[in-house]
Design a protein around this ligand. Sequence first.
Ligand SMILES: [Zn+2]
Length: 135
Amino acid sequence: MRDENCIFCKILDGVIPGVKIREDDDFIAILDAFPNRKWMTLVITKEHVDSDILSKDDDFIAKYFQAAKKVSNILKKWLKVDRVWLAVEWLEVNHAHIKLYPFYDWIWFANGIWSWNQASVEELQAVADEIKNNQ
Ligand SMILES: [Zn+2]
């Protein structure tokens, strides 16, 4: 199912470019094109599902968080970070998405190293290629 006004549906249909770092039957992980932290990654459902994730059935929630864990492990290995933070909200796009934020250090946390910036598709693709080559 698709929502024609939804930016994530447009990414899934290739109307808007999105740089993928992982995919399975139900979810894809893309590098955020407007990251408020460097290499912020979104795990989104392949179907247009509303973003009230915790209202869904247990099986969906389990599969979704397992997919997020796999993406977190990719980011940890690639970026050599100990932690990846996870956030779930619906403020901008009402299509289910889990935000993953690699945690670098407390200085980064205090200042933000890439606040509300935009990354080019080329820059994101170079990162995705690097991740793929290091798995
Ligand atoms: Zn959508």
